[in-house]
Design a binder for this molecule. Structure first.
Ligand code: PAD
Ligand code: ZN
Ligand code: ZN
Length: 360
């Protein structure tokens, strides 16, 4: 029985207000309009950016269906959709690529400006994706077709955490062979930065976290040293400067805190270091910086989604995963049925999980 053209009633995890659990509700998902695609979700990761919304650190209109690290199968498409068809395996793109705006045409930029004008406050829309639902509708510019043989319960991480971390190392920082790196924060995104640094040939990768339980996995993925700021009486950037003859070549903040963004910046070498902001800071907090920190030659930058143009890059990243160029399995510590979404968030908050994949 075809569902195309009909409203689909299904289960979704609705966040009614901040600082409250999700509730699994019956929602109605409208058929895709022109240029839209309706997707049957198969798996979705749980990312700290979702939890920033629950915690009230990142504002989005509520009630909403969150989730932005998913993978699924196209159920039906609206008029004029040409890049995907029913039955295709796809990854929704929280950082869309319209292909026509100024940023999409820029050789490096990836924050398509069209996203800011798409859609209103509808309950099914968060970050253009809303993957915490059995079905979701996205714009065609926010969906990428991927290899039909790919395991959706793994490649969903390419929808956010993996690509964000890996791209931050290989594409944004452009880590060089033989270099020294420092990675602050060893969650799913930080560990993906480590995978990227290793792939790029870094000689030393210093992993920094206040939860020492994260160190074993960081070492497994390529960290050469692991340090806990709580073990030192002096600031951690001074420790790193001493370990590295003045600072690392590349540093990454992958936590989302103002203080660690400064520690990461100061850990990079004053004359040649590149420091990348990956973590999402709490809204309306800012840093004041002495320009001397940059005047001597440092570079300070940031990017979302690893600097990748999403629609072009996601299929290639999936192909690279299928060709064993990088692993995703070590990042997935838990797999739970979708209904246990609140358990997945508790695992993240308690530091016990890297990525939990929810399956539908
Ligand atoms: P996570 O919560 O799994 O990992 C964060 C890690 O940081 C944990 O291991 C913590 O123990 C550690 N940590 C916390 N506080 C400190 C501290 N003071 N010093 C050292 N370590 C600490 O998160 P994640 O890996 O899912 O995401 C990390 C950040 O990246 C988060 O802010 C998220 O919102 C952001 C993000 N950004 C993008 C992007 O496009 N830029 C995409 C996805 C996620
Ligand atoms: Zn994310
Ligand atoms: Zn665009």
């Amino acid at each position: 029985m075809s569902t195309a053209g009909k409203v689909i009633k299904c289960k979704a995890a609705v966040l009614w207000e901040t600082k409250k659990p999700f509730s699994i509700e019956d929602i109605e998902v409208a058929p895709p309009k022109a240029h839209e695609v309706r997707i049957k979700m198969v798996a979705t990761g749980v990312c700290r950016s979702d939890d920033h919304v629950v915690a009230g650190n990142h504002h989005t209109p509520l009630p909403a269906v969150l989730g932005h690290e998913g993978a699924g199968i196209v159920e039906s498409v609206g008029e004029e959709v040409t890049s995907v068809k029913p039955g295709d395996k796809v990854i929704p793109l929280f950082c869309p690529q319209c292909g026509n705006c100024r940023i999409c045409k820029h050789p490096e930029g990836n924050l398509c400006v069209k996203r800011f004008t798409c859609k209103g406050k509808s309950i099914y829309n968060f970050m253009c994706t809303s993957t915490f639902s059995q079905y979701t509708v996205v714009d065609e510019m926010a969906v990428a077709k991927i290899d039909g043989a790919s395991p959706l319960d793994k490649v969903c991480l390419i929808g956010c955490g993996f690509s964000t971390g890996y791209g931050s190392a290989v594409k944004v920082a452009k880590v060089t062979p033989g270099s020294t790196c420092a990675v602050f924060g060893l969650g799913g995104v930080g560990l993906s930065v480590i995978i990227g640094c290793k792939t790029a040939g870094a000689a030393r990768i210093i992993a920094v976290d206040i939860n020492k339980d994260k160190f074993a996995k960081a070492k497994e993925l390529g960290a050469t040293e692991c340090i806990n700021p709580l073990d030192y009486s002096k600031p951690i950037h001074e420790v790193i400067q001493e370990m590295t003859d003045g600072g690392v070549d590349f540093s990454f903040e992958v936590i989302g805190r103002i203080d660690t963004m400064m520690s990461s910046l100061l850990s990079s070498h004053a004359a040649c270091g590149v420091s990348v902001v990956v973590g999402v800071p709490p809204h309306s907090q800012s840093l004041s910086v002495n320009p001397l920190l940059l005047l001597l030659g440092r570079t300070w930058k940031g990017a979302i989604f690893g600097g990748y143009k999403s629609k072009d890059s996601v299929p290639k990243l999936v192909a690279d995963f299928m060709a064993n160029k990088f692993p995703l399995e070590p990042l997935i510590t838990h797999v739970l049925p979708f209904e246990k979404i609140n358990e997945a968030f508790e695992l993240l908050r308690s530091g016990k999980s890297i990525r939990t994949v929810l399956t539908f």
